[in-house]
Design a protein around this ligand. Sequence first.
Ligand SMILES: C[C@@H](N)C(=O)N[C@H](C)C(=O)O
Ligand code: ZN
Length: 264
Amino acid sequence: APARATPEPKAPRDFVALHSVDPTILHEIRYVTPHNFVGERIDGYRQPLCILTRPAAEALRAAQRRLLPQGYSLKVYDCYRPQRAVDHFVRWAEDLDDQTMKAEFYPNVDKTRLFADGYIAEKSGHSRGSTVDLTLVKLPAHPTRPYRPGEPLTPCFAPRDERFPDNSVDMGTGYDCFDTLSHTLDPRITGEQRANRMQLKNTLEDLGFVNLAEEWWHYTFKPEAYPDTYFDFPVARSSLAGHRWTALPTDAPSAIGYSPARVR
Ligand SMILES: C[C@@H](N)C(=O)N[C@H](C)C(=O)O
Ligand SMILES: [Zn+2]
């Protein structure tokens, strides 16, 4: 008989796609594209989805409900991150010959320091499902253009008009800018840029999120549903197959391995 591929792990039942909880929150899932600090799609990212534990997703919906009347929307860059993606980051970091994306994402930090300086984690809160990287967009949101691999790179802390275009408000740096200027309360960030960071921070902290001091975009919803578990199911609709709110046919075959009850 032909060998069968090992089935992929599935998400527990209390993980959801953010768009099914709040369809108005904008998505720019960077690790499914080459526009990130590695320069290629990251292992385990199969679709541009934001998967989170339901309490974290519902807290983002509450934040969005406060922001929309003020003329702003949340935009997520990364949500649940499989362990295999983190392992990809670790392998990439060990290859010091590959500095393809340095000029945009870590111009002033030696590649050997990215983990030690707190910008990337070998065991990431993202893999526990209640952590999200996000920003604010002033509405109406302008369309963005894709990154073209090989295009000239600009430092992520350059003035907004010179950085890679992003329809978000000016946070003083781009997303995943590994630099002390990304520290949320860095004193060199003043005026409108600081106000934008504080608007995001105050809104999210009020709803139970905790910020990582090194990164203005990184927030964890507390208490975490899975404080000690590092999941490895792919970022894919199939990881949620059979969950409530997924758009699969109700007679889809049940998942092998973890098998949540299906909606009828
Ligand atoms: C890589 C960056 N987006 C991030 O999420 N950093 C923190 C430290 C993490 O990897 O958990
Ligand atoms: Zn993060």
